[in-house]
Design a binder for this molecule. Structure first.
Ligand SMILES: C[S@@+](CC[C@H](N)C(=O)[O-])C[C@H]1O[C@@H](n2cnc3c(N)ncnc32)[C@H](O)[C@@H]1O
Length: 211
């Protein structure tokens, strides 16, 4: 669910943390200065991303869809000592805001913010990733899946956000985005190299491990 009044979500948020000050500031600024702040993954999902990253200890992370950088900075918490994050944002105005947020965090020099269309930029990025977070271009998820599985090292995680699309992906739907997300979820579940899990938190988070 995205930004509805939800006492259980408030309870979970209040008792999940600690959340670093720079993230609290980033969250507040995103609500004050952007027109769609609900795109930000938010505190509970952010803590989950930070936890998963701390468990994987990635050397290389790829994020598709930076927005204001909330999830990027959560993922950065688990980086290996020499680890780096490449994050791709297609909207130049939003990318400029993310760049300022990264500069005001402890991870500014470990994040490469790439500006442009993710699908065009992907082939220009060489090598394998330990963790990939897919969170942009929702209707394009099915075409990203095979490309991203190829770019993930064995044992790595492919995490994708919004895979339930306000619950519509779980039922018969005429919504084209929900239909594409259904396709993504089916492809992930049937992929011979993936073990798939969908967590029905917030707008639905898919977590796949490459075997
Ligand atoms: C849901 S927001 C990302 C939220 C962010 N990961 C977070 O949790 O705070 C999606 C972002 O993806 C960007 N985006 C959408 N399609 C894209 C594409 N094809 N290439 C690059 N960025 C894209 C949008 O401009 C938007 O900022």
């Amino acid at each position: 669910m995205r930004d509805r009044i939800d006492p259980l979500a408030d309870y979970a948020t209040a008792l999940s943390g600690p959340i670093p000050d720079y993230l609290l500031r980033l969250e507040r600024q995103t609500y004050l200065k952007t027109i769609a702040p609900q795109m930000m993954c938010g505190p509970v999902q952010g803590r989950l991303l930070a936890l998963l990253s701390r468990l994987v200890r990635p050397t290389r992370v790829l994020e598709i869809g930076t927005f204001t950088g909330y999830a990027t900075l959560c993922l950065a918490e688990g980086l290996a000592p020499n680890g780096r994050i490449e994050t791709i944002e297609g909207d130049p105005e939003i990318a400029a805001r993310a760049a300022r947020n990264f500069a005001g965090s402890p991870f500014g020099d470990r994040i490469d913010l790439l500006r442009g269309d993710a699908y065009d930029l992907l082939p220009t990025l060489p090598g394998l990733y330990d963790l990939i977070f897919l969170d942009g271009d929702k209707r394009g998820y099915p075409r990203y899946l095979p490309v991203l599985v190829e770019r993930l090292r064995p044992g790595g995680l492919l995490i994708a956000d919004n895979v339930l699309w306000d619950g519509k992906a779980g039922r018969n739907t005429t919504d084209p985005t929900a239909a594409n997300l259904q396709t993504y979820n089916q492809l992930a579940a049937a992929h011979p190299q993936l073990s798939a899990l969908i967590l029905p938190i917030r707008d639905g988070l898919s977590i796949c491990r490459k075997n």
